[in-house]
Design a protein around this ligand. Structure first.
Ligand code: ADP
Length: 451
């Protein structure tokens, strides 16, 4: 008996395909949903069934809860996988799915809500003994309160939106002179982007790495971690390239933060897949947020652990126990993922348009997660990521050699992409040495591309 009768995938692009693949291997039929702009998309073509849920604008289609629930109803789906982005961290949607008698393939609505507000997330983690970045205890009531906390933790500081995501609503103040402006800009941005101008303050770390931990938890109290991903290569707080494991971490450090995190999430009663994000500097971890969904960069973890994370999400949602313990999880080799965006590699302006020719690299240890094909039109309405190139090899130097070779093979003609940026990154001696922090890529771009 399959775990579900039919799964509706409330997403598009590569992640819709990714979830479809896991369902197919589990013998579960799938329903694709799509906007009118995506009628020809690969996730629609490869699905067992598809339903048009609205016009191109995401607000009217992929974020339209009523349309998606109707699509589930008319097709007889009994579970919904939200992918990442769109409704994946929307607690009200998860609640609505459950209220309609369907299974939401993800964490409980309460945990989605708790972690969706970074202030309540940090308070929960503090209670559970997870180390935090120094900063305000909760939301700041006014600018004077911000001044007080900033003086206590020391400049530079970061004003961050409680509802933040995608690097928005975040402003640095180097000194007290800049605090007022950072405060106003962060609040205005947060209000515009999230309809919530609550902000808090953190010490701005000058040379951290972004290291995150993948968690899986079943409904029977078993919680494991699948190791870390190093996502320090970022532009405007957006990840560009990710690695598993981190070039900076020792196995003992991984075990220690893993034990802290799994203990905390077991106490919280967390279930399904989630990621704890940390900043790591001077061999110290400091929690910044938790994502209660599958991450874009999950494949690097899959490659080093040999565990299909989407399959695990589906099994857990169906009530199955994990069936393995922390001791059973082994890390093998090194994996790197490049996010390929439909963007000009020098100006980063989006480049929607027709794909004239497409050739994906292959061979041992090469994986491409993408919904592209020759003749496809990349629409201007959605996120610009069009492919993920993932390589896996026994060692990091071998993974880099494989990545260089795979990038050479990768051909996406008709539009500009960020493939040339990745080609430059892999040639860089500092990258090759693993010697980088979250600020490295911005500098690299400024130096090499005259940004
Ligand atoms: P979002 O939810 O918008 O992605 P995060 O809190 O996850 O925001 O932070 C995104 C990125 O911003 C981090 O990966 C890191 O590069 C940077 N960042 C966040 N907090 C700090 C901090 N206190 N000091 C330095 N950089 C930070």
């Amino acid at each position: 008996m399959p775990l579900f009768g039919k799964v509706l995938i409330a997403n598009r692009g590569e992640i819709a395909l990714r979830v479809q693949r896991a369902c197919r291997e589990l013998g579960i039929p799938t329903v694709a949903v799509h906007s009118t702009a995506d009628a020809e998309a690969m996730h629609v073509r490869l699905s067992d069934e598809s339903v048009c849920i609205g016009p191109p604008s995401a607000r009217d289609s992929y974020l339209n809860m009523a349309s998606i629930l109707s699509a589930a109803h008319v097709t007889g789906a009994d579970a919904i996988h939200p992918g990442y982005g769109f409704l994946s961290e929307n607690a009200a949607f998860a609640e609505m799915v459950e209220a309609h008698g369907l299974t939401f393939i993800g964490p409980s609505p309460d945990h989605i809500r708790m972690m969706g507000d970074k202030i309540t997330a940090k308070a929960a983690m503090m209670r559970l003994g997870v180390p935090l970045v120094p900063g305000s205890d909760g939301a700041l009531s006014d600018l004077d309160a911000a001044r007080e906390v900033a003086a206590r933790v020391g400049y530079p500081v970061l004003i961050k939106a409680a509802a933040g995501g995608g690097g928005r609503g975040m402003k640095v103040a180097e000194s007290e002179d800049e605090l007022s402006e950072a405060w106003h800009v962060a609040r205005t941005e947060a209000r515009a982007a999230f309809g919530n101008d609550e902000v808090y303050l953190e010490k701005y770390l000058d040379r951290p790495r972004h290291i995150e931990l993948q968690i899986l938890a079943d409904n029977h109290g078993h919680v494991v971690h699948l190791g870390e991903r190093d996502c320090s290569l970022q532009r405007r707080h957006q990840k560009i390239l990710e690695e598993a494991g981190s070039p900076a971490l020792t196995a003992a450090e991984r075990d220690e933060i893993g034990a802290t995190a799994t203990t905390a999430l077991r106490q919280l009663g967390f279930r399904n897949a989630g990621t704890l994000e940390f900043l790591y500097q001077d061999r110290q971890f400091a929690f910044i947020e938790m994502n209660t969904r599958l991450q874009v960069e999950h494949p690097v973890t899959e490659m080093v652990c040999g565990i299909d994370l989407v399959r695990e999400q589906i099994r857990i949602a169906a009530g199955e126990p994990l069936g393995y313990t922390q001791a059973d999880i082994e890390f093998s080799g090194h994996a790197i993922e490049c996010r390929v965006n439909a963007e000009d590699p020098e100006t980063f302006m989006p480049t929607p348009g027709r794909i004239q020719a497409y050739h994906a690299p292959g061979g041992l240890g090469v994986r491409v997660d993408s919904a592209l094909y020759a003749g496809y039109f990349v629409p201007p309405y959605y996120d610009s990521m069009i492919a993920k190139l993932i390589v896996h090899a026994p060692t990091r130097p071998q993974a880099i050699a494989r990545l260089r070779r795979a990038l050479e093979e990768f051909a996406v003609l008709g539009i500009k992409t960020t493939l040339p940026l990745h080609q430059r990154i892999v040639e860089d001696p500092q990258f090759q040495a693993g010697d980088y922090t979250i600020h490295w890529l911005e500098k690299f771009v400024a130096e090499h591309l005259g940004d």
